[in-house]
Design a protein around this ligand. Structure first.
Ligand code: DOR
Length: 448
């Protein structure tokens, strides 16, 4: 599917003495990485720097295949006050991401081959690789199928009505049947629209405390069950987006055990944050300290919502046991005007690209997740599953590389975020883990 591009690093680069973590070859060791002509030439100890090579001192840093996010919202076309392909790509590079897949809930929606082709064309000059996802239904209205084959030919890597579930079960059946033929994923946002309207957060003790309308876990689980059954019926590839409840995870685990072509993703915010954050009690899962935040916090409104501690702990088990194939961010930028304090009027979503790695490193620091598994789910697995470039530092691989300092601390603030939007409940908090260099095909696209 991916046919390469014209990017080629000009001068050789030798990344020296970093901790190289490459799940594609089971490698976790201090080594040098030599990049020549846009590809990895060698990984090993004491490599000689070719003449004119740039030497990057990576002592104390971690060197990995470039991170890949299969779920971002770049709002382009239609919402330049929130994000554009350019600002989104800058946020991706800063967060260590070398490739992202952007969702079609733009204005107009990416529901025709022409609109998909437009994103593909405009993505060419960007600092990171951007791949569009086409809509499942026309206008994302859930009623009539879009032209999947035409969009696939134009460069769509998958199909989704994300932001909403596809209302017509019959359209979903057709989409999954087409997926069985084409091999492309149908990426579903699972939310029963009759159970969720007006809901602004997880329905439970905290929504009752705040007197806010909730979204029950059942809203997600009902559609997850429906779409798994349609995958069983058709043999299509169902990719379940942003799984947030323990029960939805359990359904996916069983579907995989049954041998269905079902994959799933989990978001850092569903692993680390809970519905308590909406009430201004900011405590990371697996941690003790509570940092007071806005109450209620419109930046903690996201869909699916932040759930309970028990859900978050179950999701981590799903990540370590392999039920979750990939980690994605659901980077959902919204302008300040879209996030009024009244949660009923606030848009859903939070930015994710620049905080994903430091959030996930908390789980590594806490001894709950290995760095190898983290990088596998953030790079090697999405590359392999979705046929995207990158995901490996094996000699001969395209040199999409991320270098980060796992110890460096930084404060989340409007001026430290490259995304055009600053909507994150982490504002004012100190995170550990900072990207030092992001590289595409041997060319540096971000450096700090
Ligand atoms: O919170 C969300 N925001 N969830 C979605 O599914 C869509 C996204 C957006 O586009 O803002």
């Amino acid at each position: 599917m991916y046919e390469g591009d014209a990017r080629r690093g000009r001068a050789p680069v030798l990344i020296r003495d970093g901790r190289v973590v490459d799940p594609s070859q089971g490698l976790d060791a201090v080594a040098d990485v030599l990049i020549v002509g846009g590809t990895v030439a060698a990984v090993g100890l004491d490599l000689a720097a070719p003449p004119e090579a740039e030497v990057v001192d990576a002592r104390g840093l971690v060197v990995t295949p470039g991170l890949i996010d299969v779920h971002v919202h770049f709002r382009d076309p239609g919402f330049p006050e929130k994000e554009t392909l350019e600002t989104g790509a800058a946020a991706a590079a800063r967060g260590g991401f070398t490739a992202v897949c952007c969702m079609p809930n733009t204005n107009p929606a990416l529901d025709t081959p022409e609109r998909v082709a437009d994103v593909v064309a405009r993505a060419k000059g960007l600092p990171v690789r951007v791949f569009p996802i086409g809509a499942i239904s026309l206008g994302r209205q859930g009623a009539e199928p879009a032209d999947w084959a035409g969009m696939a030919a134009a460069g769509a890597i998958g199909f989704s009505d994300d932001g909403d579930s596809t209302r017509s079960s019959a359209v979903m059946r057709r989409a999954l049947a087409w997926s069985a033929e084409s091999g492309l994923p149908i990426m579903v946002h699972a939310e029963d629209w009759t159970l969720a309207p007006g809901g602004v957060m997880h329905e439970g003790a905290v929504s009752r405390e705040l007197g806010l309308p909730g979204i029950p876990g059942a809203a997600e689980e009902i559609i997850t069950a429906r779409d798994i059954e349609l995958a069983r019926l058709t043999g299509g590839w169902l990719h379940v987006l942003h799984v947030s409840t323990a029960r939805a995870l359990g359904m996916i685990r069983v579907a995989k055990r049954d041998g269905l072509r079902v994959t799933a993703e989990v978001m850092p915010h569903h692993l680390l944050l809970t519905d308590e954050w909406v009430a201004g009690r900011r405590r990371f899962v697996w941690d003790e300290a509570v940092v007071p935040g806005p109450r209620p916090d419109p930046n903690a409104k996201v869909n699916p919502p932040l759930r309970t501690e028990a859900d978050a702990r179950a999701l981590l088990a799903g990540l370590t046991d392999g039920t979750f194939d990939v980690i994605a961010t659901d980077h959902a930028p919204h302008a300040a005007a879209d996030k009024p304090t009244d949660l009923r009027r606030a848009a859903s979503g939070m930015i994710g690209l620049e905080v994903a790695l430091p959030l996930m490193l908390r789980l590594v620091d806490a001894g709950r997740l290995s760095l190898m598994t983290l990088i596998e789910r953030l790079s090697t697995a999405p590359a392999r599953l979705f046929g995207l470039p990158g995901g490996s530092l094996r000699p001969g691989s395209v040199a999409d590389v991320t270098v980060f300092d796992p110890q460096a601390e930084w404060v989340v603030a409007p001026e430290t975020i490259a995304s055009r939007s600053k909507n994150t409940p982490l504002l004012g908090m100190t995170l550990r883990g900072a990207v030092r260099m992001t590289m595409i095909a041997g060319e540096v696209c971000y450096r700090a």
